[in-house]
Design a protein around this ligand. Structure first.
Ligand code: AMP
Length: 277
């Protein structure tokens, strides 16, 4: 496995790779969720490129950029074990050269849900993904369902800007108690860790109600609010049942929907989601 640190080294390494090329972008702190993406990329492509970059553009001042978990040596071992051929692990100036001014605005999709709590987040995501796609020129790129809004935005970005990358969305990998794996789970105190499956319980209640025929989106959102309210350590930031294409809130679930929520614990915030139909 080759580790490259700047744009030109990546271009050179990429030129030698047999296609098709699968690409897995990450912020690092690699866990089994990331590994599932890498394995899928390995299965479906002749070559696998991964990136390891905590992108400052997608964090706002006051968010957790500084304390985002970082373990490059451990991450590189995991990338190698999962079969990556090339890992792009740049520093900030290698991704954003001096004088950098361009950004990619994803419009209304980036203003709702995570974007409403984290303004500018998806502009940062879309900008770095566009740069990375330009450098790696992957045939397929792998994203997790865990970050459902991000996957929808990347699909939109690829269509709108004609980037000719197949976006593959992979299922959320969970702990035995249902908690979605996330790099941020390490911040949870033992007490918060015990409380954290409240997110997946809320999603399961929506799923059960939907399967029993409930189509009133407000009632489904109310189930999430009730479940989160039952956990004293958790405070709900948003509960959403939205159109899977536009991410606008639904009144009636009469088409593909994304159920999502964000919950703040004293130590960190967690998100989870579930596609319906
Ligand atoms: P991150 O490093 O958190 O930006 O994640 C990199 C990629 O891994 C993103 O496409 C995430 O959606 C995906 N991912 C993160 N957690 C999980 C998980 N528990 N299951 C599946 N994919 C995940």
């Amino acid at each position: 496995m080759e580790v490259v640190r700047d744009r030109s080294a990546l271009r050179i390494a990429r030129a030698d790779l047999p296609g098709p090329v699968g690409f897995v972008p990450t912020l690092g702190a690699i866990h089994a969720g990331h590994e599932s993406l890498l394995r899928r990329a390995r299965d479906e492509n002749a070559s696998v490129v991964a990136s390891l970059f905590v992108n400052p553009l997608q964090f706002r001042p006051g968010e957790d950029f500084e304390r985002y978990p970082r373990d490059e040596p451990g991450d590189l071992e995991r990338f190698a074990a999962a079969g990556a051929d090339v890992v792009f692990a740049p520093d900030v100036s290698a991704v954003y050269p001096s004088g950098f001014t361009t950004s990619v605005d994803v419009g209304p999709l980036g203003a709702v849900l995570e974007g409403s709590v984290r303004p500018g987040h998806f502009r940062g995501v879309a900008t770095v993904v566009t740069i990375l796609f330009g450098l790696v020129r992957p045939d397929r790129a792998y994203f997790g369902q865990k970050d459902g809004q991000q996957a929808i935005i990347v699909e939109r970005l690829v269509r709108d800007l004609a980037l000719f990358v197949e976006v593959v969305v992979c299922p959320t990998v969970r702990e035995p108690d249902g908690l979605a794996l996330s790099s941020r789970n390490v911040h949870l105190t033992p007490e918060e860790r015990r409380a954290a499956p409240v997110l997946v319980r809320a999603l399961s209640r929506v799923d059960e109600a939907y399967r029993s025929g409930e189509r009133d989106a407000e009632r489904l959102r109310q189930l999430i609010r009730e479940e989160i309210a039952s956990e004293p350590l958790a405070s709900l930031e948003y509960a959403s049942v939205a159109d899977r294409e536009t991410l606008q809130e639904l009144q009636v679930v009469d088409r593909g929907a994304l159920v999502s929520l964000a919950v703040r614990f004293p130590s960190t915030r967690l998100i989870d989601c579930l596609p319906l139909a």
